[in-house]
Design a protein around this ligand. Structure first.
Ligand code: NAD
Ligand code: ADE
Length: 464
């Protein structure tokens, strides 16, 4: 039976604090912060894997179950998949952030009969206990280690492709990118794919525009029940969570610059405002900028915002939004971070060039001593802050995102023969059903149209 233990002073997403040492070949280190009752003896398994430490599996299982309590829509789908097995015989290669929520998606796909391999979609977003639990507790092949270097990241992508998938499931289009590049010989058996995020959809549409997309892909990101909630409320809350866990700064009274006022930027700006920040938005799109102004935010060109801001967070999906000419004018102590998909939004090589020295002053906080005598602080190596320094979006919002993933995989398995090699949106009936189910599980009831209202809405002849 579990015994009372001192609480872990650090959450388990801080590998350097926990003593993990990451190298291309894996990790080594102590489990000093892990409560005794959650340590497992060394384990062996037949399930293929490359994870930090299978001994973390029990802790991972507990956290996966905790997340599952807040994922009732996905659970409903899992229960149906268990009975109907719509993915029987389908090999799925999923390249997603390896979190408790993703574990529940992987369990759902497996319940549907799929043979799933899961690999990390970002070197810093893996939760090592979850990766261990997926292998040992749920029998799902997993290749993901928090802090893996680029070579290991690509080895893991190779494992996903070597699985010879029928369906790919990407967050950022890396599996599809490699398949359309060096591994074209594997394209043959693929019936379709799904894509989780804005940047991935942009990459896929570029591939499609060049006439090179080799199979149909469902843009899960574009479902209303995905981006309106995940990108906005999920990123808004979890990015702030990452900022606080990494720095423990007071938000109230600080000038926070948000790069991009799209779905993620809007969510982040509103949450920062809610905690008392003075929010400045930088944009390149007049419509988005106008919306920010009318939502009550100051809008400035990035060159001006650079001089004003205390905290900068990019959420644009674009490259070098913050660059050399901006770092040079930042205040002493400015904090810089990114929550967009790739670590390109901040020009880190440019920042390196301006600095005399770099040192880690807290987990996920690197101090750059600039030659102008000021110091600026880069969080999480410019990788998405919410998944690197915190746990990513809460389960309640990933419930809808991953319900879309599971149902899109089922849709692909059933309908691939009639689909073209283009980027599809999630079918409207699936999107609407997820909204209906989510409301139902939240205990929220809504009205239905009366017959009179239906008739009125379909008519043209009743005016003033
Ligand atoms: P979006 O298209 O809704 O918004 C992006 C905004 O950035 C647009 O308004 C665009 O005009 C603006 N923009 C582009 N270039 C700019 C520049 N140079 N300067 C200022 N603004 C600029 O996209 P989104 O859904 O908000 O996603 C943004 C990024 O976040 C993507 O990379 C996406 O993949 C990623 N994302 C991350 C998470 C997460 O968990 N951290 C979740 C969802 C999406
Ligand atoms: N993207 C953002 N948050 C996430 C989470 N909790 N799990 C998987 N992918 C995510």
């Amino acid at each position: 039976m579990p015994t009372a233990v001192a609480p872990d002073p650090y959450p388990m997403f801080f590998p350097s604090v926990r003593g993990f040492h990451v190298s291309a070949g894996g990790t080594s280190g102590s489990l000093r912060a892990l409560p005794n009752d959650l340590r497992n003896p060394p384990v062996t398994t037949n399930v293929k894997h490359h994870v930090a430490d299978l001994g973390l599996a029990e802790l991972g299982r507990q956290r996966i179950e905790w997340a599952d309590r807040d994922m009732p829509v996905l659970k409903t789908i899992r229960d149906r998949f268990e009975k109907e097995k719509p993915l029987d015989g389908i090999r799925i290669s999923a390249c997603l952030h390896v979190t408790t929520e993703t574990a529940n998606l992987a369990r759902t796909l497996k319940a549907g009969g799929a043979d799933v391999v899961l690999v990390a979609s970002n070197p810093l977003s893996t939760q090592d206990d979850v990766a261990a639990a997926l292998v040992q507790e749920y029998g799902i092949a997993t290749y993901a280690i928090k802090g893996e270097d680029d070579a290991t990241y690509y080895e893991h992508l190779t494992a996903a492709i070597d699985h010879a998938p029928h369906i790919t499931m990407d967050d950022g289009a890396d599996v599809i990118g490699v398949l359309h590049g060096d591994r074209r010989e594997m394209l043959d058996g693929i019936i379709g794919g799904t894509e989780e995020t804005t940047t991935g959809v942009i990459r896929l549409k570029a591939l499609e525009a060049e006439g090179k997309l080799a199979f149909p892909v469902v843009a899960v990101n574009d479902a209303n029940t995905k981006h309106m909630f995940d990108n906005r409320y999920g990123t808004g809350q979890s990015t702030l969570d990452g900022l606080l866990r990494a720095t423990n700064i007071l938000i109230a009274g600080r000038k926070c610059v948000v790069g991009g006022y799209g779905w993620c930027g809007r969510g982040l700006a509103s949450r920062l405002k809610g905690m008392g920040a003075h929010v400045i938005v930088v944009e390149i799109d007049p419509l988005a900028a106008l919306e920010a102004v009318m939502d009550g935010f100051e809008v400035l060109p990035v060159a001006d915002a650079a001089k004003e801001g205390d905290v900068f967070i990019t959420a644009t999906g674009n490259i070098h939004v913050l660059r050399r000419e901006h770092f040079e004018h930042m205040k002493d102590g400015a904090i810089i971070a990114n929550t967009g998909h790739f670590n390109v939004e901040i020009d880190i090589p440019g920042l390196d060039e301006l600095a005399d020295g770099v040192r880690e002053v807290r987990p996920f906080v690197q101090e750059y001593a600039l030659r102008n005598g000021r110091k600026v602080y880069l969080l999480a190596e410019g990788r998405l802050l919410n998944l690197s320094a915190a746990e990513g979006h809460p389960a309640a919002v990933m419930d809808m995102s991953f319900a879309n993933q599971a149902l899109s995989a089922e849709h692909m398995a059933k309908n691939h023969a009639s689909l073209d090699n283009t980027v599809y949106t999630v079918p409207e009936d699936i999107d609407a059903e997820i909204a209906r189910l989510k409301l139902y599980t939240m205990g929220v009831e809504i009205d239905t149209l009366t017959a009179e209202q239906e008739k009125y809405l379909a008519s043209w002849d009743q005016g003033t």
